[in-house]
Design a protein around this ligand. Structure first.
Ligand code: HEM
Length: 409
């Protein structure tokens, strides 16, 4: 690694595989200008990203994410792209406030908690399908790829065998599949066409008083706040949003969590001895191996951050992953520590009005996975090199993650 590293090199494969030392090389220059990369839902090979500011330090990332008036989440490249635009993620106020009020009721903690038995059943079935004991298993190939997609398919009342479609739609939109623009467009079109058909059918059945599967879709259709509810088009886009926002990040997160168990035996043993440690493990894994690395904002006015003169219309890449490794916020960031007093301040669910709506669902899937691993296996051992994906800096996650689950005696 050379100290002449600059922001225009942030999309290199070796950086995507392990970005943290490179962020350290750039911290003193942050915010620095000249990084070009693709927001989710755009088309590499078709769309052309604009050069953007890179914001790395915790306080600056928090300031940008918090100041939604000065930094818009609307993304002109995404809006002009052929990919569907997302609900909430790409909305500013006042539309965001209206939509978030309804969506927050859909995702209220008691509703998510009531999904525990269903998620547990999906976790158990997925482990039965994909795990064997005492032989190497690449958990990224099957379990981590499929569990979040199966959960989504269940939540939308889709046929169970469409779990693979959900997976394909999510990886195409989130850019973690290395596919052609034509394939990406085809997956986006297929997803939107399916949800349009499916939502219409479900709405018709509900109008006739019939019971319908899919608790999340039902809630999108039925939930009202102050007499306001989502229209057909909004429900379809919410299905698309939850699919791409919920399946892909959670797949990477589950892989990163299993890597922590495999690579830090003391963490696994501590969890086996005291399952109450899960909360601390969950949060520190979100900081240490948080999937989302950066998301873009667009400045709505001229504004100064540190020595950077950001102009109205400039793109700003908010590096949540770099904030998680800022030594000013998290001392000794390369150490996995369960006793950080500010563990909840990790940025992996974002910050401010766009903070992740699906966090309780991601936590449910992670908690259920960890609990069942502990019940079923004595040990999670590393069985070969963990290989980090190097296709997109959007998410830090594993391409392959071979482990051996040791049977209980
Ligand atoms: C470990 C898993 C997950 C991670 C790390 C994660 C991360 C994030 C981040 C960083 C944001 C902020 C985006 C921004 O500031 O522009 C976000 C927003 C969002 N997430 Fe998640 N997410 C996860 C799982 C989920 C799940 C399971 C769902 C839903 C089923 C979901 C739905 C959403 C939605 C709808 C938003 C937009 C919220 C808004 O703009 O008001 N996420 N997520």
């Amino acid at each position: 690694m050379t100290t002449a590293f600059s922001v225009d090199q942030l999309s290199r494969p070796e950086v995507i595989r392990n970005p943290y030392p490179y962020y350290d090389l750039l911290r003193d220059q942050s915010p620095a200008f000249g990084y070009r990369d693709y927001p989710p839902g755009t088309m590499p090979g078709v769309d052309e990203p604009k050069p953007s500011w890179v914001v790395l330090n915790f306080d600056d990332v928090a300031a940008v994410a918090w100041d939604h008036d000065s930094f818009s989440s609307r993304d002109s490249l995404q809006e002009e792209s052929s990919a569907p635009s997302l609900m909430l993620v790409n909305h500013d106020r006042p539309e965001h406030t209206r939509l978030r009020k309804i969506a927050a009721k859909v995702f209220q903690p008691s509703s998510i908690k009531s999904l525990t038995p269903a998620v547990d059943a999906l976790v158990a079935a997925c482990m039965d399908d994909f795990f064997v004991t005492d032989r190497p298993v690449d958990v990224m190939a099957d379990y981590c790829a499929m569990l979040p997609s199966r959960v989504m398919a269940f939540l939308f009342g889709m046929p169970a065998e469409m779990d693979r479609d959900v997976r394909n739609w999510a990886t195409a939109f989130m850019l973690s599949a290395d596919i052609s623009p034509q394939e990406r467009q085809a997956y986006n079109a297929e997803a939107m066409a399916f949800f349009e058909r499916h939502v219409k059918e479900q709405m018709d059945r509900i109008a006739k008083g019939e019971d319908t599967p899919g608790p999340l879709l039902n809630a999108f259709i039925r939930t009202e706040v102050d007499g306001d509810s989502l229209c057909f088009e909004e429900i379809v886009r919410f299905c698309m949003t939850a699919t791409v926002a919920g399946a892909e990040t959670t797949s990477f997160y589950l892989g990163n969590l299993i890597a922590v168990f495999a690579d830090f035996d003391e963490i696994w043993q501590g969890f086996v001895d005291d399952p109450a440690q899960f909360d601390a493990i969950y949060k520190e894994t979100l900081r240490f191996h948080g999937p989302p690395q950066r998301l873009f904002r667009v400045a709505t006015r001229d504004i100064t951050i540190g020595s950077a003169e950001i102009r109205r219309g400039d793109w700003v890449a908010c590096f949540f992953g770099a904030a998680n490794y800022d030594p000013e916020a998290f001392p000794e960031p390369y150490e996995f520590r369960l006793n950080r007093k500010n563990a909840s301040r990790h940025m992996s669910f974002g910050y401010g009005i766009h903070r992740c709506l699906g966090a309780p669902l991601a936590q449910l899937e992670a908690e259920s996975t960890a609990r069942m691993l502990r019940e079923r296996y004595k040990q999670v051992e590393r069985a070969g090199e963990a290989v980090w994906q190097d296709i997109s800096l959007l998410n830090h996650g594993l391409q392959s993650n071979p482990v051996i689950f040791r049977a209980r005696d």
